[in-house]
Design a protein around this ligand. Structure first.
Ligand code: 3PG
Length: 210
């Protein structure tokens, strides 16, 4: 999939479930639950050592899913994510070596920004979309609107503190293509094998943005 195609899938789905997986054996069940809930997309965070294996399992066995890597904080993780089959990379901040690696390898990169200076670095690379993180703590929608004004060419994917109560407000702003969030795939739900709850929460989340 070309970078712009993956970005348009993110834009179409409007929600990117942010997943922290502690056991690779849960990967397929998690992927199936998201598909059954109607959201065949996931950002698997490199916060645990299972991330790489989980991306591999899902990308190999559930081809209808768009699976990306999140919390990618260095070049080595970006390389491992790509090798595992990630279709996009999300980073909590700006790291030029990750951005350059993603561009060279034709994989979408959503670097985290929360200041105009960081946005200007993203613009140096002509990135179409950045992550705004952590959204709630950095002023939420008001800050995104203020940041968007001087930079008309760039769009946002906020993450951090977004949930069923506030996602629709964020998505009303036309410069936001999608929101990331973990509320429907909470770590404890995955650890406890509560996949039917994940399906239910995913369906509820989807209904909000349809
Ligand atoms: C992320 O990694 O993007 C965030 O930690 C997800 O934020 P949330 O858990 O507040 O949804």
């Amino acid at each position: 999939m070309k970078p712009l195609e993956a970005i348009s899938v993110v834009e179409e789905k409007k929600i990117v479930p942010v997943v922290t997986i502690n056991n690779v054996n849960d990967a397929i069940k998690l992927g199936e639950a998201l598909c059954e809930g109607g959201l065949p997309i996931a950002e698997i965070t490199f916060r645990t050592s299972s991330a790489e294996g989980a991306i591999k399992e899902i990308s190999k066995n559930i081809p209808e899913m768009l699976v990306g890597a999140g919390t990618v904080i260095n070049l080595e993780q970006a390389k491992r994510a790509l090798d595992a089959g990630a279709a996009f990379i999300v980073s909590p901040g700006i790291n030029r070596s990750i951005i350059e690696f993603a561009i060279d390898n034709d994989i979408p990169i959503f670097p985290g920004v929360c200041t105009p200076t960081e946005l200007m670095i993203a613009l140096e690379y002509n990135l179409p979309v950045v992550k705004f993180f952590p959204a709630k703590q950095y002023g939420g929608l008001d800050t995104i609107k203020a940041l968007a004004a001087p930079f008309p060419g760039i769009k946002f994917m906020p993450t951090g503190g977004i949930n069923a109560d506030n996602i629709t407000k964020y998505l009303e702003f036309d410069r936001i293509i999608a929101c990331g969030g973990s509320w429907m795939v909470k770590e404890n739900l995955i650890n406890d094998g509560e996949f039917s709850k994940i399906i239910e929460l995913t369906k509820e989340a989807l209904a909000l943005v349809k």
